[in-house]
Design a protein around this ligand. Structure first.
Ligand SMILES: C[S@@+](CC[C@H](N)C(=O)[O-])C[C@H]1O[C@@H](n2cnc3c(N)ncnc32)[C@H](O)[C@@H]1O
Length: 276
């Protein structure tokens, strides 16, 4: 089930040539290949330019330490640049687990589980990996130091989008059709992003230790303040950052939530509209 990875990673050459593509995909590839952070990631052996977003976040908010071992969870790991950054900036005994819907090539010193974070079974596998008991309980606090999510895209279901139904379905294997990339429909993409952030918050509720940190990608939109309010229930401090490596035209930015509170909080309290 898990892949414990020992072999050194090999940075692949970009497989595409922008010359082979025309129109907007050609322009996108050409811009991507010539992009300063893409070039840098190739030189510095990072699996993607996303590494520079986390490097900047770490520099500003001190997520990682080499002084003692940490437990780190990387949600939406593929292809693995964030996990590489975590590996590089933490104590050698740190445990890093990545989770993604997609399979990945091995990343040195990082464990990987292929699964959907919206499934309760995935949460139970993660708890087991970090030596927490199998059954999740809202009342128990966790052991993980940092939960980071760069998850992107969203799950398309058969049924019409309905927030309550979706939340009540967290942890079931129901109605999942396929993963969509960003659709270009601003509201839809924003709501998909908020769902993934909420799923990350539920993971933090279950796994993060008091004082722990969450980093989470969000696409800007009208529900962002409500999401920040939910984060404020679980964390002492909520910061936001748009790293230099995040493209100006992208609506993405990052929530950095520090100091998971000691007080036990239930999922119901987290998602209720009145601040506790
Ligand atoms: C932008 S990529 C992450 C890049 C990564 N941080 C890196 O540094 O290489 C976003 C990832 O989120 C994953 N993802 C989206 N929804 C997910 C879900 N429900 N469960 C697990 N992974 C998910 C996607 O499969 C995709 O690989």
């Amino acid at each position: 089930m898990f892949k414990t990875i020992y072999s050194p990673f090999i940075v692949k050459q970009l497989r595409f040539s922008s010359k082979k593509h025309s129109g907007s995909s050609g322009k996108w590839l050409s811009r991507h290949v010539n992009d300063e952070f893409t070039q840098k990631s190739l030189k510095e052996n990072y699996l993607s330019r996303a590494a520079y977003k986390l490097l900047e976040i770490n520099e500003k908010y001190n997520l990682f330490t080499k002084k003692n071992s940490q437990k780190i969870l990387d949600l939406g790991m593929a292809p693995g640049a964030w996990s590489q950054v975590a590996r590089k900036h933490t104590h050698p005994n740190s445990i890093i687990l990545g989770v993604d819907l997609l399979d990945i090539d091995p990343v040195d010193g990082v464990d990987f589980y292929q699964g959907n974070i919206l499934f309760k079974s995935t949460l139970n596998v993660i708890r087991k990996h970090f030596d927490l008991e199998k059954e999740s309980s809202d009342e128990k606090v966790g052991v993980v130091d940092v939960v980071m999510s760069d998850m992107y895209g969203f799950i398309q279901t058969n049924e019409q989008y309905d927030k309550d139904r979706f939340y009540s379905n967290i942890g079931t294997n129901k109605s999942i059709n396929r993963l969509q990339n960003i659709s270009g429909i601003t509201f839809k993409d924003h709501m998909g992003s908020v769902d993934l952030c909420d799923a990350t918050l539920v993971v933090c509720l279950n796994l993060l230790k008091p004082g722990g940190t969450m980093v989470c990608k969000i696409l800007r939109g009208e529900e962002e303040d409500l999401l920040k309010e939910r984060c404020g229930k679980l964390f002492e401090n909520v910061y936001t950052l748009k790293p230099a490596a995040s493209r100006n035209e992208s609506k993405e930015y990052y929530l950095i939530c520090k100091g998971r509170v000691k007080t036990p909080i239930t999922v119901q309290q987290l998602f209720s509209s009145n601040k506790q």
